[in-house]
Design a protein around this ligand. Structure first.
Ligand SMILES: [Zn+2]
Length: 265
């Protein structure tokens, strides 16, 4: 059976990049609708399907839709939705970007868990590979192989003494998503702040909603895991893969994944 929510669930806060307040409400949806965002602050309540065809930006975050009606930085919300195996949901937003909250997918997952799941008619849509695929996008390299479920093998490398090279392999199930991935927070470097702000990004970032690093240390308190960084990148991959519009069944080896690279895949 396909899954939606049993009742609505709402969260609010400011967005990471635009720094604008937003109330986000997950709404139960009819069978076969898929995952759809709706801008409730815009005339006509424009709807944007969570689908790769709607991607309009992928630098440092994943943006869907156009101009005034776009939704920005949707990857953590989408990760929580697909991490719970939800097929059909409407995600109402009264602003352009979901709240960043603690920088992870955990608050969204908690809200969805509190609301509870409901079955709707029909079988989930699956995306299966018929043959291996390899793509290279800048520094990102992806290999994807046919598999019975979603397996992620993610490697990141940052020239920072507390990150370095981290690799981790996950079989993505509801249980492993909740326990191993959902709590991993986004991260950023002090030396990038000025350049990103100049591009209009990270206006809402703070020590409370991201792991912030200077050249040698972490400024935002203890990590949740020593390899929280690679876990977060794997969580971002789960969110971006939701844009397939179906549950992806593949073994994906991702070296230095990026939002743009995962969207391309
Ligand atoms: Zn992220």
């Amino acid at each position: 059976m396909r899954r939606t929510l049993a009742r609505p669930a709402a969260l609010e806060g400011i967005g990471l990049h635009l720094g604008v307040p937003c109330r986000l409400t997950f709404q139960p949806a009819l069978a076969k609708q898929g995952i759809v965002f709706r801008r409730t602050d815009r005339p006509g309540l424009p709807r944007i399907r969570a689908h790769v065809s709607e991607v309009s930006g992928s630098e440092r975050r994943t943006q869907l839709g156009k101009g005034d009606c776009a939704v920005h930085t949707v990857e953590h919300v989408l990760a929580a939705v697909t991490g719970m195996g939800i097929d059909d949901v409407t995600i109402d937003m009264d602003g352009p970007e979901p709240p960043i909250l603690d920088g992870s997918a955990a608050p969204f997952l908690a809200a969805l868990s509190d609301a509870g799941l409901a079955s709707v008619d029909g079988e989930p849509d699956f995306l299966d590979l018929s043959e291996p695929v390899r793509i290279i996008d800048g520094a990102s390299v992806y290999e994807a192989y046919p598999a019975a479920r979603l397996e992620l093998d993610v490697t990141i490398e940052f020239p920072h003494p507390l990150i370095g090279k981290q690799s981790r392999r996950f079989t993505v199930t509801e249980e492993s998503f909740a326990s191993e991935l959902s709590r991993a927070r986004t991260f950023g470097f002090v030396h990038e702040v000025d350049a990103l702000r100049a591009k209009g990004l990270i206006k809402g970032a703070s020590l409370d909603n991201a792991v912030v690093l200077d050249d040698s240390d972490i400024l935002s308190g203890d990590l949740r895991w020593a390899d929280e960084f690679v876990r977060h990148k794997a969580m971002d991959c789960v969110g971006d893969l939701a844009l397939a519009g179906a549950r992806v069944r593949a073994r994906i080896v991702a070296m230095k994944p990026s939002h743009r690279g995962t969207v391309t895949l």
